[in-house]
Design a protein around this ligand. Structure first.
Ligand SMILES: Cc1cc2nc3c(=O)[nH]c(=O)nc-3n(C[C@H](O)[C@H](O)[C@H](O)COP(=O)(O)OP(=O)(O)OC[C@H]3O[C@@H](n4cnc5c(N)ncnc54)[C@H](O)[C@@H]3O)c2cc1C
Length: 376
């Protein structure tokens, strides 16, 4: 049985472990964190990711723990719908649903499905070196370990990537994002919607992840940013009252705040017997809600290639061919969408709202299908 070492136990690393074990590989994971925390945020899993989870036998567990989402709306501050994507046709076409779920619940489900995979916690990879057939892993705690095949699933700041390539660059989207989980009670009509309200240089989105929990995110351009502890009710005071309600009913200490970056698309995802996956290979801004979904697609594609090809580099090359074009399309489209959605000036906002209202449905459906359909 071939042994595969994964660095990082995020959504990408765990899904890769599940797909590989189901394909008969012996998998082990090294993870930097001391424990898995209940991160105070949710995540949207779109139809492309849910198709993979169905194939992996995890779909029903996720549906049980998540909230079904049937549409995504962009609204102006008067709550007028600028554009709305209904998922019904895609649900019928691909026979799966879109959901929003607490990240901790998703993590728990993935951990329940990793089989015999051993996870070594508190093992932060510092760097790796390849010598002929052997890959030597050096950890921050001073220990080292030899293995033969490595998957770098260690996120956007990947040390695996830095060890094999020295010319990759992160891009600063110049936006800051707060995320939280609220217990606000809002109009039931929003129960199955993902709503995003667009302002000037700022945005606020919310979606239920269970009947009594709302996952929300608030983005502002960096030039409006003062501090991570900003009073968000004040910052979004010109938004509709529902937003004040959602923010106020959130435990403040659990609110996360991050700058938004992506990875400028890179030429190659592998070197020798080391391959990158998920954010380590193709980190995107969150505007399409696709970062993890792309990691999940890559996890499945990589496991298929490793099963089909005896030669590891051939498998990695085939994997890259299968996935790179789509992942790069998502990264670039998400980057542009983020700039449009966060328009700062009056004319820009007027044009943005006008264009999204006027774009015919068949065009937006075609763009969505390009992302939701699997090409392997
Ligand atoms: C604000 C925001 C909202 C988002 N919303 C969505 C959404 O709705 N839908 C969606 O699909 N995506 C979303 N994303 C993107 C999504 O979170 C990421 O794309 C996804 O988590 C990537 O998974 P990953 O496993 O590749 O990396 P990560 O989630 O970053 O996991 C990497 C893992 O590796 C570990 N690690 C890091 N360095 C080392 C090391 N040196 N040694 C060992 N272990 C290490 C980390 O501790 C972590 O466990 C969002 C992102 C942001 C910032």
């Amino acid at each position: 049985m071939k042994k595969i070492t994964i660095i990082g136990a995020g959504i990408g690393g765990l899904t890769t472990a599940i797909a590989l074990t189901q394909n008969g590989f012996d998998v082990e994971i090294f993870e930097a964190s001391k424990e898995f925390k209940n991160a105070g945020s949710g995540i949207n899993l779109a139809i492309n990711a849910m198709q993979i989870y169905k194939e992996l036998g995890i779909y029903d567990d996720i549906l049980l723990a998540a909230n079904y989402t049937n549409s995504m709306n962009a609204l102006n501050k008067e709550l007028k719908v600028l554009t709305s994507a209904k998922f019904h046709n895609f649900e019928n076409k691909y026979n799966v649903k879109t959901v929003a779920i607490h990240r901790a619940s998703l993590h728990k489900i993935l951990l329940n499905h990793i089989g015999n995979t051993k996870i070594h916690l508190n093992k932060k990879l510092k760097s790796l070196e390849q010598h002929n057939e052997i890959i030597n892993l050096s950890f921050e705690d001073g220990t080292s370990y030899n293995t033969t095949i490595v998957i770098g699933a260690d996120g956007i700041h990947s040390n695996v990537r830095k060890s094999i390539f020295n010319n990759t660059a992160l891009r600063d989207a110049e936006q800051v994002c707060w995320r939280g989980i609220s217990n606000a009670i809002i109009d039931k009509k929003h129960t199955n919607e993902l709503n995003e309200i667009w302002g000037r240089g700022n945005r606020f989105g919310f979606v239920h992840i269970s009947s009594n929990e709302i996952y929300w995110f608030a983005l502002i351009n960096k030039d409006q940013f003062i501090t991570k502890d900003a009073d968000l009710v004040q910052l979004f005071s010109d938004y509709p009252h529902i937003i004040k309600n959602i923010i106020s009913e959130t435990t403040k200490k659990d609110i996360l705040c991050n700058e938004i970056w992506d990875l400028k698309p890179i030429d190659k995802w592998y070197s020798g017997n080391v391959c990158l996956i998920g954010d380590a290979a193709h980190a995107t801004t969150p505007n399409l809600g696709q970062g993890a979904c792309q990691a999940i697609e890559s996890a499945m594609a990589l496991s298929i290639c490793l099963k089909q090809e005896e030669n590891i580099e051939t498998a990695f090359s085939k994997f890259q061919l299968m996935r790179k074009q789509k992942a790069n399309y998502v990264t670039q489209t998400s980057w542009i969408l983020g700039k449009i959605a966060q328009s700062n000036n009056l004319v820009g906002c007027f044009l943005r709202n006008f264009i999204v209202q006027m774009t015919p449905k068949f065009i937006t459906d075609k763009q969505s299908d390009r992302i939701l359909k699997l090409n392997f």
